[in-house]
Design a protein around this ligand. Sequence first.
Ligand SMILES: Cc1cc2nc3c(=O)[nH]c(=O)nc-3n(C[C@H](O)[C@H](O)[C@H](O)COP(=O)(O)OP(=O)(O)OC[C@H]3O[C@@H](n4cnc5c(N)ncnc54)[C@H](O)[C@@H]3O)c2cc1C
Length: 480
Amino acid sequence: MGVLEALRKVYPPGALITDPAQLSAYECDGLAAVRRRPLAVVFPASADQVVATVRTCCEQGVPFVARGSGTSLSGGSVPVAGGIVIALNRMNHILKVDPDNLRAVVEPGVVNARISQAAAPFGLYYAPDPSSQVICTIGGNVAFNSGGAHCLKYGMTSNHVLGLKVVLPDGEVAELGGSSLEVAGVDLPGLFVGSEGLMGVAIEITVRLLPKPEAVRTVLAAYRSLEAAGDAVAQVVASGLLPAAIEIMDRLAIEAAEAAVQAGYPREAAALLIVELDGPRDEVQCDFQRLVEVVNGSGAYEVRVAKDEADRARIWKGRKSAFSAVGRLSPDYIVQDGVVPRGRLGEVLREIERLSGAYGLRVANVFHAGDGNLHPLILYDGREPGAMERAEQLAGEILRLCIRMGGSITGEHGVGLEKRQYLAEMFGADDVEAMRRIRRAVDLREVANRGKMFPGDESFEGARALGPHPLERAGVLSRV
Ligand SMILES: Cc1cc2nc3c(=O)[nH]c(=O)nc-3n(C[C@H](O)[C@H](O)[C@H](O)COP(=O)(O)OP(=O)(O)OC[C@H]3O[C@@H](n4cnc5c(N)ncnc54)[C@H](O)[C@@H]3O)c2cc1C
């Protein structure tokens, strides 16, 4: 029996699609320049259906990829041609909110922001807040160890996942970790979180909840140069303060955000710093005085403080919509994700400005500066011959710069497809081989998310595409 025949026994009509027009929405993710058509997409509604799908794929050597909302920016959820997409959006139930133990148990297709909504009646929330939090799923967050603006103080997804129920790539179900903070033995959830779907499919996730902070203060500071804003980050941290978030947006990002959501940013600024403090009221008030002193002393020419919750929400709306807003400035762009030691941010930003001039491509910067996590957005026009290749070369130069500075090729968007070749530039051959061995220990046939993370796999040769996203072509989406 072929794979499709076997899967038709598992899924009712409507929960398995093979129609090319319907499949086109699953050809790519947020990295729209790489596309592959899968053989089929399945929509499991239960753990048993996931187990049956994975087992069938493993027996037949058919690659599969788990998919949440497809917002990966590194091609992490692009399928292999002839492979199966396991779309988890129908497994979207919050199974338990346990305020006494500050826990929630959720299915993988739950959208990140919904966890905080469910916890809110208990005065609790879920801390990791990717800018895509109103659409991305907790399963995708787990696979990419996603971060967000407030991860400077609270840590990434890995710091908030206690337990996982997963379907291993051979179809076996394993429980990793549990609901306790204290675990004995190997940190298996730690191994699974950030493994980019290579270790199987998460079907149930136990996360920590935190009490909502008593007070929040948000400061917006404007600078005349991007480098000065970068240097200010090191000064804030060196002052002994630990803000919940420190974000930077440069001139192009400000322009895009203003055009999209009118956040009220100072339009003439070369760069903006958004710094947020949270915690007990007295502590926040005391830290706030100190923060304003440090920011004033760091060369900011204008410092604004959010007056109320609506003002604060407006500031964050501009920041959180900045990626998609850049679509207003350019028909195409690459969102890069790298990390540098915080103290070298000013230096790195100056070098990115130089590279942008040398390549003749505009680069917008909007990023989690407190973590040293850069997100240069490289703007290009895919209709111009060679423009995409030039943009990719520039992206590669920026990643190499991050490695030279002692940083990393990804802060939160994963290696995926996009950065496979750079893994070998960051790690020695022995290290990469050790990672492969761990992967093969759970997936000998490499059926789970084949072709991702490791250099040298040719599954995606010729998968690059120019022009509109398949959904734009179908008239469902449009670029403004
Ligand atoms: C506008 C925008 C802003 C963004 N901002 C941020 C940000 O601030 N921080 C950040 O970290 N990321 C950010 N991202 C990237 C992206 O949203 C995150 O990586 C997110 O975690 C992906 O979730 P998803 O549900 O869309 O996953 P998908 O894109 O569907 O999948 C991502 C990866 O997870 C795997 N996967 C999905 N579900 C499972 C599962 N249940 N079990 C095992 N593997 C699984 C997939 O195979 C794939 O490798 C942003 C993206 C966009 C488009």
